[in-house]
Design a binder for this molecule. Structure first.
Ligand SMILES: Cc1cc2nc3c(=O)[nH]c(=O)nc-3n(C[C@H](O)[C@H](O)[C@H](O)COP(=O)(O)OP(=O)(O)OC[C@H]3O[C@@H](n4cnc5c(N)ncnc54)[C@H](O)[C@@H]3O)c2cc1C
Length: 389
Protein backbone atom coordinates (compact mmCIF):
# COMPACT_ATOMS: atom_id res chain seq x y z
CA UNK A 1 0.00 0.00 0.00
CA UNK A 2 2.80 2.42 0.94
CA UNK A 3 4.75 1.56 -2.24
CA UNK A 4 1.66 2.18 -4.35
CA UNK A 5 1.00 5.61 -2.85
CA UNK A 6 4.62 6.71 -2.96
CA UNK A 7 5.10 5.62 -6.57
CA UNK A 8 1.79 7.23 -7.58
CA UNK A 9 3.18 10.40 -5.98
CA UNK A 10 6.04 10.41 -8.49
CA UNK A 11 8.75 8.97 -6.23
CA UNK A 12 11.18 6.20 -7.28
CA UNK A 13 10.34 3.31 -4.94
CA UNK A 14 12.21 0.11 -4.12
CA UNK A 15 10.66 -2.55 -1.88
CA UNK A 16 13.20 -4.69 -0.02
CA UNK A 17 11.96 -8.06 1.21
CA UNK A 18 14.01 -10.70 2.99
CA UNK A 19 12.02 -13.64 1.63
CA UNK A 20 12.14 -14.97 -1.96
CA UNK A 21 8.82 -13.18 -2.59
CA UNK A 22 6.60 -10.61 -0.93
CA UNK A 23 3.29 -11.00 0.91
CA UNK A 24 3.68 -14.48 2.37
CA UNK A 25 1.66 -13.75 5.49
CA UNK A 26 -0.95 -11.98 3.40
CA UNK A 27 -1.23 -15.16 1.32
CA UNK A 28 -1.56 -17.27 4.47
CA UNK A 29 -4.29 -14.91 5.70
CA UNK A 30 -6.19 -15.82 2.55
CA UNK A 31 -6.01 -19.54 3.22
CA UNK A 32 -8.96 -19.55 5.62
CA UNK A 33 -10.81 -16.83 3.64
CA UNK A 34 -9.27 -13.35 3.37
CA UNK A 35 -11.22 -11.16 5.76
CA UNK A 36 -10.23 -7.79 4.36
CA UNK A 37 -12.15 -5.49 6.67
CA UNK A 38 -15.42 -5.09 8.57
CA UNK A 39 -18.58 -3.18 7.68
CA UNK A 40 -19.85 -2.27 11.17
CA UNK A 41 -20.47 1.42 12.03
CA UNK A 42 -17.26 3.40 12.47
CA UNK A 43 -17.57 3.97 16.24
CA UNK A 44 -18.02 0.26 16.90
CA UNK A 45 -15.21 -0.46 14.43
CA UNK A 46 -12.68 1.89 16.04
CA UNK A 47 -13.48 0.56 19.53
CA UNK A 48 -12.01 -2.82 18.48
CA UNK A 49 -8.53 -1.32 18.70
CA UNK A 50 -8.85 -0.89 22.48
CA UNK A 51 -6.00 1.09 24.00
CA UNK A 52 -4.62 2.10 20.57
CA UNK A 53 -7.98 3.40 19.27
CA UNK A 54 -7.15 7.03 20.03
CA UNK A 55 -3.92 6.81 17.99
CA UNK A 56 -5.51 4.94 15.11
CA UNK A 57 -8.67 7.04 14.88
CA UNK A 58 -7.31 9.82 12.62
CA UNK A 59 -5.46 7.22 10.53
CA UNK A 60 -8.59 5.11 10.03
CA UNK A 61 -10.73 8.18 9.43
CA UNK A 62 -8.42 9.01 6.53
CA UNK A 63 -8.50 5.48 5.21
CA UNK A 64 -11.69 3.81 6.53
CA UNK A 65 -13.05 0.38 5.58
CA UNK A 66 -14.92 1.88 2.60
CA UNK A 67 -11.60 3.16 1.20
CA UNK A 68 -9.95 -0.24 1.55
CA UNK A 69 -12.93 -1.87 -0.15
CA UNK A 70 -12.77 0.65 -2.99
CA UNK A 71 -9.03 -0.04 -3.35
CA UNK A 72 -9.58 -3.80 -3.60
CA UNK A 73 -12.48 -3.32 -6.04
CA UNK A 74 -10.29 -0.97 -8.06
CA UNK A 75 -7.88 -3.86 -8.37
CA UNK A 76 -10.62 -5.99 -9.88
CA UNK A 77 -11.65 -7.90 -6.76
CA UNK A 78 -15.36 -8.34 -6.22
CA UNK A 79 -16.20 -8.22 -2.52
CA UNK A 80 -19.05 -9.44 -0.39
CA UNK A 81 -20.15 -8.73 3.17
CA UNK A 82 -20.98 -11.80 5.24
CA UNK A 83 -23.88 -11.97 7.71
CA UNK A 84 -21.43 -11.10 10.51
CA UNK A 85 -20.49 -7.86 8.73
CA UNK A 86 -17.05 -9.16 7.74
CA UNK A 87 -15.91 -8.24 4.25
CA UNK A 88 -14.22 -10.79 1.96
CA UNK A 89 -13.20 -11.00 -1.68
CA UNK A 90 -15.68 -13.20 -3.56
CA UNK A 91 -12.77 -15.50 -4.43
CA UNK A 92 -12.04 -15.69 -0.63
CA UNK A 93 -8.36 -15.80 -1.58
CA UNK A 94 -5.52 -13.33 -1.14
CA UNK A 95 -3.57 -14.37 -4.24
CA UNK A 96 -5.67 -12.57 -6.93
CA UNK A 97 -5.54 -9.34 -4.91
CA UNK A 98 -1.80 -9.65 -4.32
CA UNK A 99 -1.21 -10.37 -8.03
CA UNK A 100 -3.25 -7.32 -9.06
CA UNK A 101 -1.49 -5.16 -6.49
CA UNK A 102 1.96 -6.28 -7.73
CA UNK A 103 0.92 -5.65 -11.34
CA UNK A 104 -0.03 -2.09 -10.38
CA UNK A 105 3.33 -1.62 -8.64
CA UNK A 106 5.13 -2.87 -11.76
CA UNK A 107 3.11 -0.43 -13.89
CA UNK A 108 4.17 2.34 -11.50
CA UNK A 109 7.84 1.27 -11.94
CA UNK A 110 8.30 0.03 -8.37
CA UNK A 111 11.36 -2.21 -8.05
CA UNK A 112 11.11 -5.22 -5.76
CA UNK A 113 14.35 -6.64 -4.38
CA UNK A 114 13.64 -9.93 -2.66
CA UNK A 115 16.18 -11.87 -0.56
CA UNK A 116 17.35 -8.58 0.90
CA UNK A 117 17.25 -8.63 4.66
CA UNK A 118 17.28 -5.22 6.29
CA UNK A 119 19.96 -5.05 8.99
CA UNK A 120 19.82 -1.41 10.07
CA UNK A 121 21.88 1.63 9.07
CA UNK A 122 25.61 2.17 8.57
CA UNK A 123 27.53 5.11 10.01
CA UNK A 124 26.62 7.31 7.03
CA UNK A 125 22.89 6.64 7.62
CA UNK A 126 22.55 4.33 4.58
CA UNK A 127 20.22 1.35 4.94
CA UNK A 128 22.09 -1.95 5.01
CA UNK A 129 20.72 -5.21 3.61
CA UNK A 130 22.15 -8.72 3.65
CA UNK A 131 21.53 -10.60 0.43
CA UNK A 132 21.09 -14.34 -0.02
CA UNK A 133 24.83 -14.49 -0.93
CA UNK A 134 25.58 -12.90 2.44
CA UNK A 135 26.77 -9.70 0.79
CA UNK A 136 25.98 -6.39 2.44
CA UNK A 137 24.22 -3.89 0.18
CA UNK A 138 24.06 -0.22 1.23
CA UNK A 139 21.27 2.03 0.06
CA UNK A 140 21.03 5.77 0.68
CA UNK A 141 17.29 6.46 0.64
CA UNK A 142 15.70 9.90 0.83
CA UNK A 143 12.86 8.44 2.90
CA UNK A 144 12.09 4.97 4.25
CA UNK A 145 8.85 3.25 5.25
CA UNK A 146 9.50 0.31 7.55
CA UNK A 147 6.72 -2.30 7.30
CA UNK A 148 8.43 -5.29 8.88
CA UNK A 149 5.40 -6.98 10.43
CA UNK A 150 4.93 -8.40 13.92
CA UNK A 151 6.49 -11.60 15.18
CA UNK A 152 3.96 -14.36 14.48
CA UNK A 153 4.60 -17.11 11.93
CA UNK A 154 8.31 -16.13 11.72
CA UNK A 155 9.00 -18.66 8.97
CA UNK A 156 6.95 -16.46 6.63
CA UNK A 157 9.46 -13.63 7.08
CA UNK A 158 8.34 -11.39 9.95
CA UNK A 159 10.31 -12.42 13.00
CA UNK A 160 10.52 -9.18 14.96
CA UNK A 161 14.34 -9.00 14.85
CA UNK A 162 13.90 -5.35 13.87
CA UNK A 163 12.93 -4.71 17.51
CA UNK A 164 16.61 -4.95 18.53
CA UNK A 165 17.72 -2.73 15.62
CA UNK A 166 15.28 0.02 16.57
CA UNK A 167 15.91 -0.34 20.32
CA UNK A 168 19.66 0.20 19.61
CA UNK A 169 18.70 3.53 18.05
CA UNK A 170 16.76 4.47 21.18
CA UNK A 171 13.29 3.95 19.65
CA UNK A 172 10.67 3.09 22.29
CA UNK A 173 9.04 -0.30 21.72
CA UNK A 174 6.69 -2.54 23.71
CA UNK A 175 7.63 -6.26 23.80
CA UNK A 176 5.98 -8.38 21.10
CA UNK A 177 3.36 -10.69 22.56
CA UNK A 178 0.98 -13.21 21.03
CA UNK A 179 -2.46 -11.86 20.13
CA UNK A 180 -5.40 -13.76 18.62
CA UNK A 181 -3.77 -16.91 19.94
CA UNK A 182 -4.78 -20.22 21.45
CA UNK A 183 -4.43 -21.02 25.16
CA UNK A 184 -3.26 -24.04 27.12
CA UNK A 185 -5.83 -25.96 29.19
CA UNK A 186 -4.99 -28.96 31.34
CA UNK A 187 -7.50 -31.29 29.65
CA UNK A 188 -7.61 -34.85 30.96
CA UNK A 189 -5.75 -37.27 28.70
CA UNK A 190 -8.94 -39.08 27.80
CA UNK A 191 -10.68 -35.84 26.76
CA UNK A 192 -7.65 -34.63 24.80
CA UNK A 193 -7.31 -37.89 22.91
CA UNK A 194 -10.99 -38.08 22.06
CA UNK A 195 -11.85 -34.49 21.21
CA UNK A 196 -8.75 -32.65 19.94
CA UNK A 197 -9.65 -30.98 16.65
CA UNK A 198 -13.41 -30.81 17.27
CA UNK A 199 -15.29 -27.50 17.09
CA UNK A 200 -17.46 -25.98 19.80
CA UNK A 201 -20.09 -24.11 17.80
CA UNK A 202 -22.13 -21.11 18.85
CA UNK A 203 -20.99 -20.84 22.43
CA UNK A 204 -20.68 -17.74 24.61
CA UNK A 205 -17.36 -17.20 26.37
CA UNK A 206 -17.22 -14.74 29.25
CA UNK A 207 -14.16 -13.23 30.84
CA UNK A 208 -13.74 -10.05 32.85
CA UNK A 209 -17.28 -8.89 32.14
CA UNK A 210 -16.91 -9.31 28.37
CA UNK A 211 -18.98 -11.97 26.59
CA UNK A 212 -18.12 -13.17 23.09
CA UNK A 213 -20.48 -15.33 21.04
CA UNK A 214 -18.90 -17.54 18.42
CA UNK A 215 -17.01 -20.73 17.71
CA UNK A 216 -13.79 -22.21 19.00
CA UNK A 217 -11.88 -25.45 18.55
CA UNK A 218 -10.67 -27.90 21.19
CA UNK A 219 -7.02 -28.75 20.56
CA UNK A 220 -4.54 -31.14 22.10
CA UNK A 221 -2.96 -28.25 24.00
CA UNK A 222 -6.17 -26.43 24.93
CA UNK A 223 -8.40 -24.16 22.88
CA UNK A 224 -8.21 -21.84 19.85
CA UNK A 225 -10.53 -20.08 17.40
CA UNK A 226 -12.35 -16.78 16.89
CA UNK A 227 -14.29 -16.56 20.16
CA UNK A 228 -11.21 -17.12 22.32
CA UNK A 229 -9.03 -14.89 20.11
CA UNK A 230 -11.38 -11.99 20.77
CA UNK A 231 -10.68 -12.30 24.50
CA UNK A 232 -6.96 -12.94 24.06
CA UNK A 233 -5.53 -9.54 25.17
CA UNK A 234 -7.31 -9.68 28.55
CA UNK A 235 -6.65 -13.40 29.01
CA UNK A 236 -2.95 -12.93 28.20
CA UNK A 237 -2.64 -10.02 30.65
CA UNK A 238 -4.50 -11.90 33.40
CA UNK A 239 -2.27 -14.97 32.99
CA UNK A 240 0.85 -12.76 33.09
CA UNK A 241 -0.37 -11.18 36.33
CA UNK A 242 -1.95 -14.15 38.15
CA UNK A 243 -0.66 -17.31 36.46
CA UNK A 244 -4.04 -18.41 35.04
CA UNK A 245 -7.35 -17.07 33.73
CA UNK A 246 -10.78 -18.65 34.26
CA UNK A 247 -13.29 -18.27 31.43
CA UNK A 248 -16.96 -19.22 31.64
CA UNK A 249 -18.46 -21.20 28.78
CA UNK A 250 -22.19 -21.07 28.07
CA UNK A 251 -22.89 -24.07 25.84
CA UNK A 252 -26.48 -22.97 25.09
CA UNK A 253 -26.46 -19.15 24.98
CA UNK A 254 -29.82 -19.02 23.18
CA UNK A 255 -31.68 -20.87 25.96
CA UNK A 256 -32.45 -19.60 29.47
CA UNK A 257 -31.64 -21.61 32.58
CA UNK A 258 -35.33 -22.36 33.14
CA UNK A 259 -35.86 -23.49 29.55
CA UNK A 260 -32.93 -25.90 29.81
CA UNK A 261 -34.06 -27.25 33.19
CA UNK A 262 -37.59 -27.85 31.82
CA UNK A 263 -36.30 -29.68 28.77
CA UNK A 264 -34.23 -31.95 31.02
CA UNK A 265 -37.28 -32.77 33.15
CA UNK A 266 -39.38 -34.16 30.35
CA UNK A 267 -37.58 -37.36 29.31
CA UNK A 268 -38.59 -40.83 30.37
CA UNK A 269 -37.31 -42.74 33.32
CA UNK A 270 -34.55 -45.26 32.81
CA UNK A 271 -32.54 -43.11 30.44
CA UNK A 272 -28.99 -42.17 31.40
CA UNK A 273 -28.41 -38.45 31.88
CA UNK A 274 -25.99 -38.53 28.93
CA UNK A 275 -28.83 -39.77 26.73
CA UNK A 276 -31.16 -37.13 28.10
CA UNK A 277 -28.64 -34.40 27.34
CA UNK A 278 -28.16 -35.77 23.85
CA UNK A 279 -31.85 -36.13 23.06
CA UNK A 280 -33.46 -33.24 24.96
CA UNK A 281 -30.80 -30.60 24.37
CA UNK A 282 -29.01 -32.05 21.37
CA UNK A 283 -25.69 -31.97 23.15
CA UNK A 284 -22.74 -33.49 21.34
CA UNK A 285 -20.32 -35.90 23.07
CA UNK A 286 -17.80 -33.01 23.09
CA UNK A 287 -20.22 -30.70 24.90
CA UNK A 288 -21.19 -33.35 27.42
CA UNK A 289 -17.55 -33.99 28.15
CA UNK A 290 -16.83 -30.28 28.55
CA UNK A 291 -19.29 -30.52 31.45
CA UNK A 292 -17.29 -33.43 32.86
CA UNK A 293 -13.98 -31.60 32.49
CA UNK A 294 -15.38 -28.55 34.27
CA UNK A 295 -17.66 -30.08 36.90
CA UNK A 296 -16.43 -33.64 37.47
CA UNK A 297 -17.00 -36.97 35.79
CA UNK A 298 -20.40 -37.52 37.42
CA UNK A 299 -22.81 -35.24 35.59
CA UNK A 300 -25.48 -35.78 38.24
CA UNK A 301 -29.21 -36.28 37.86
CA UNK A 302 -30.74 -33.05 39.15
CA UNK A 303 -32.11 -30.96 36.28
CA UNK A 304 -31.47 -27.48 37.65
CA UNK A 305 -27.80 -27.95 38.64
CA UNK A 306 -27.10 -29.61 35.28
CA UNK A 307 -28.80 -26.76 33.43
CA UNK A 308 -26.69 -24.35 35.49
CA UNK A 309 -23.54 -26.17 34.44
CA UNK A 310 -24.56 -26.05 30.79
CA UNK A 311 -24.97 -22.28 31.12
CA UNK A 312 -21.74 -21.85 33.04
CA UNK A 313 -18.73 -24.15 32.86
CA UNK A 314 -15.44 -22.72 34.04
CA UNK A 315 -12.29 -23.56 32.11
CA UNK A 316 -8.90 -22.53 33.46
CA UNK A 317 -6.46 -21.23 30.88
CA UNK A 318 -2.85 -21.70 31.90
CA UNK A 319 -0.76 -19.99 29.21
CA UNK A 320 -1.08 -18.30 25.83
CA UNK A 321 0.30 -20.31 22.94
CA UNK A 322 3.66 -19.14 21.62
CA UNK A 323 4.01 -16.17 19.33
CA UNK A 324 5.04 -18.41 16.42
CA UNK A 325 1.48 -19.73 15.97
CA UNK A 326 -0.46 -16.60 16.88
CA UNK A 327 -2.52 -14.86 14.21
CA UNK A 328 -0.97 -11.53 15.15
CA UNK A 329 1.16 -9.81 17.76
CA UNK A 330 0.66 -7.05 20.27
CA UNK A 331 3.52 -4.68 21.03
CA UNK A 332 5.99 -3.03 18.68
CA UNK A 333 6.93 0.58 17.97
CA UNK A 334 5.33 2.83 20.61
CA UNK A 335 3.04 5.56 19.28
CA UNK A 336 4.96 7.97 21.53
CA UNK A 337 7.98 7.38 19.25
CA UNK A 338 5.98 8.42 16.15
CA UNK A 339 4.55 11.70 14.98
CA UNK A 340 1.06 11.97 13.49
CA UNK A 341 2.44 11.00 10.04
CA UNK A 342 4.00 7.87 11.57
CA UNK A 343 7.53 9.23 11.21
CA UNK A 344 9.95 8.21 13.96
CA UNK A 345 10.47 11.42 15.93
CA UNK A 346 14.15 10.61 16.53
CA UNK A 347 14.89 9.42 12.98
CA UNK A 348 13.60 12.00 10.50
CA UNK A 349 12.64 10.49 7.15
CA UNK A 350 12.03 7.02 8.64
CA UNK A 351 8.35 6.02 8.86
CA UNK A 352 6.76 2.85 10.24
CA UNK A 353 3.49 1.09 9.39
CA UNK A 354 1.53 -2.11 9.83
CA UNK A 355 1.59 -4.73 12.52
CA UNK A 356 5.02 -3.57 13.73
CA UNK A 357 3.29 -0.66 15.51
CA UNK A 358 2.04 -1.11 19.07
CA UNK A 359 -1.63 -1.95 18.55
CA UNK A 360 -3.70 -5.09 18.51
CA UNK A 361 -7.22 -5.97 17.43
CA UNK A 362 -9.39 -9.06 17.15
CA UNK A 363 -9.79 -11.03 13.94
CA UNK A 364 -12.61 -9.77 11.71
CA UNK A 365 -10.69 -7.69 9.17
CA UNK A 366 -9.41 -5.20 11.75
CA UNK A 367 -5.79 -6.30 11.31
CA UNK A 368 -5.44 -5.78 7.56
CA UNK A 369 -7.50 -2.60 7.73
CA UNK A 370 -5.12 -1.00 10.26
CA UNK A 371 -2.05 -2.30 8.40
CA UNK A 372 -3.27 -0.75 5.14
CA UNK A 373 -4.42 2.50 6.77
CA UNK A 374 -1.10 3.01 8.57
CA UNK A 375 0.64 2.25 5.26
CA UNK A 376 -1.38 5.04 3.65
CA UNK A 377 -0.58 7.53 6.42
CA UNK A 378 3.14 6.67 6.43
CA UNK A 379 3.38 6.96 2.64
CA UNK A 380 1.52 10.29 2.55
CA UNK A 381 3.78 11.49 5.35
CA UNK A 382 6.87 10.38 3.42
CA UNK A 383 5.65 12.19 0.28
CA UNK A 384 5.18 15.38 2.27
CA UNK A 385 8.58 14.93 3.93
CA UNK A 386 10.26 14.50 0.52
CA UNK A 387 8.51 17.58 -0.84
CA UNK A 388 9.71 19.71 2.04
CA UNK A 389 13.24 18.26 2.11
C1 LIG B 1 -3.08 -17.55 9.77
C2 LIG B 1 -3.34 -16.06 9.65
C3 LIG B 1 -4.55 -15.62 9.16
C4 LIG B 1 -4.82 -14.24 9.08
N1 LIG B 1 -6.00 -13.82 8.57
C5 LIG B 1 -6.30 -12.50 8.53
C6 LIG B 1 -7.52 -12.04 7.99
O1 LIG B 1 -8.32 -12.81 7.43
N2 LIG B 1 -7.80 -10.70 8.07
C7 LIG B 1 -6.93 -9.80 8.62
O2 LIG B 1 -7.23 -8.61 8.71
N3 LIG B 1 -5.71 -10.22 9.07
C8 LIG B 1 -5.38 -11.53 9.04
N4 LIG B 1 -4.16 -11.95 9.50
C9 LIG B 1 -3.19 -10.92 9.97
C10 LIG B 1 -2.52 -10.20 8.79
O3 LIG B 1 -2.07 -11.15 7.85
C11 LIG B 1 -1.33 -9.38 9.31
O4 LIG B 1 -1.77 -8.52 10.34
C12 LIG B 1 -0.70 -8.56 8.19
O5 LIG B 1 -0.21 -9.41 7.16
C13 LIG B 1 0.44 -7.71 8.70
O6 LIG B 1 0.89 -6.92 7.64
P1 LIG B 1 2.31 -6.20 7.70
O7 LIG B 1 2.56 -5.67 6.34
O8 LIG B 1 2.35 -5.29 8.84
O9 LIG B 1 3.34 -7.37 8.01
P2 LIG B 1 3.65 -8.71 7.20
O10 LIG B 1 2.49 -9.14 6.39
O11 LIG B 1 4.20 -9.65 8.21
O12 LIG B 1 4.76 -8.26 6.17
C14 LIG B 1 6.03 -7.81 6.62
C15 LIG B 1 7.06 -8.19 5.57
O13 LIG B 1 8.32 -7.70 5.99
C16 LIG B 1 9.29 -8.69 5.72
N5 LIG B 1 10.42 -8.48 6.64
C17 LIG B 1 10.43 -8.63 7.98
N6 LIG B 1 11.64 -8.34 8.48
C18 LIG B 1 12.42 -8.01 7.42
C19 LIG B 1 13.78 -7.60 7.29
N7 LIG B 1 14.60 -7.49 8.35
N8 LIG B 1 14.25 -7.33 6.05
C20 LIG B 1 13.44 -7.42 4.94
N9 LIG B 1 12.15 -7.82 5.00
C21 LIG B 1 11.64 -8.10 6.24
C22 LIG B 1 8.61 -9.99 5.93
O14 LIG B 1 9.25 -11.04 5.24
C23 LIG B 1 7.21 -9.70 5.40
O15 LIG B 1 7.08 -10.04 4.05
C24 LIG B 1 -3.85 -13.30 9.53
C25 LIG B 1 -2.62 -13.76 10.01
C26 LIG B 1 -2.36 -15.13 10.08
C27 LIG B 1 -1.01 -15.58 10.61
Amino acid sequence: MAAEILSAGGVAVTVYERMPNVGRKFLLAGRGGLNLTHSEPFEAFIARYGAAAAHLRPILEHFPPAALMAWAEGLGQELFTGSSGRVFPKSMKASPLLRACLARLRAQHVTIRSRHEWQGWDDSGALTFRTADKEIVRVAADATVLALGGGSWPKLGSDGTWMGTLANRGIATAPLQPSNCGFTIGWSDIFRTRFAGQPLKNVALTFGGQTIRGDCVVTGYGIEGGAIYALSPHLRDCIAAYGSAAITVDLRPDATLDQLAKRLERPKRGQSMTNVLRKAINMSPLEINILREAHGVDIGTECLPIARNIKSSTLTLLAPQGIARAISTAGGVAFSALDDKLMLRDLPGIFAAGEMLDWEAPTGGYLLQACMATGVTAARGALRYLKNA
